[in-house]
Design a protein around this ligand. Structure first.
Ligand code: GRF
Length: 209
């Protein structure tokens, strides 16, 4: 079986990227990362890619007139390398409809909460965990989903709950959730690579082959 070619878009530290790199290397994902692209020059994720001999590109959004132009450039770089699945791993820019149409059901995102709760504009990073704690939730968790035209509203692939503890802080909750992110993202990508995701509308069924 040919290895699935994965493109990863990042903006930050890239611990999810690292989990994907490790899983590809250890054979837990039958795939390889063809390119890592960041919109931030100083993103540590780019270093992680380079250390693992993966092509790492910094492409600045500000160098383009519109979101669409930027999206086209990202697509060009990914096409050149035969990318079949795009993984957003802490990529903080809105995904332009051009990419959503081009890679329909082929762009995954990971969100550190149980969507549709605590998603949408402004809900990223620590903001999510702060909102969960302020609301007094007893559980939070992780969602891996495909991207559609609505922010954080694409079809859900996998979710995992994480209990909120009475003495949790933003940092303690986020670190327990991050540990689950690394496992569930790898699992979702593996299912995709093995063609075990049956997508009908917004329902994703896992095929038991
Ligand atoms: C993760 O919490 C992920 O859920 C969110 O952005 C964060 C990225 O972390 N989309 P990292 O850069 O993978 O460490």
């Amino acid at each position: 079986m040919n290895k699935l070619k994965i493109g990863v878009l990042v903006s930050g530290g890239g611990t999810n990227l690292q989990a994907i790199i490790d899983a590809c290397r250890e054979g837990n994902i039958p795939g390889e990362i063809a390119v890592v692209i960041s919109n931030r020059k100083e993103a540590y994720a780019l270093e992680r890619a380079k250390k693992n001999k993966i092509e790492a590109l910094y492409i600045d959004r500000k160098a383009f007139i519109s979101n669409r132009d930027y999206a086209q450039r990202l697509a060009e770089e990914m096409d050149k390398r035969g990318v079949e699945l795009v993984c957003l791993a802490g990529f903080l820019l809105l995904i332009d409809p051009f990419l959503i149409v081009k890679y329909k059901n082929k762009i995954m995102n990971i969100h550190p909460a149980l969507l549709p709760a605590f998603g949408g504009k402004g809900m990223y990073g620590k903001n999510v965990h702060r909102a969960v704690l302020e609301y007094g939730c007893k559980v939070s968790g992780v969602t891996v989903h495909f991207i559609n035209e609505k922010y954080d509203r694409g079809a859900i692939i996998l979710q995992k709950t994480v209990n909120v503890l009475d003495n949790d802080t933003v940092d303690s909750l986020s670190s327990r959730i991050l540990a689950e992110e690394h496992k569930i993202y790898v699992q979702a990508i593996r299912l995709f690579a093995e063609k075990k995701l049956d997508i009908k509308g917004r329902k994703v069924r896992i095929i038991d082959k």
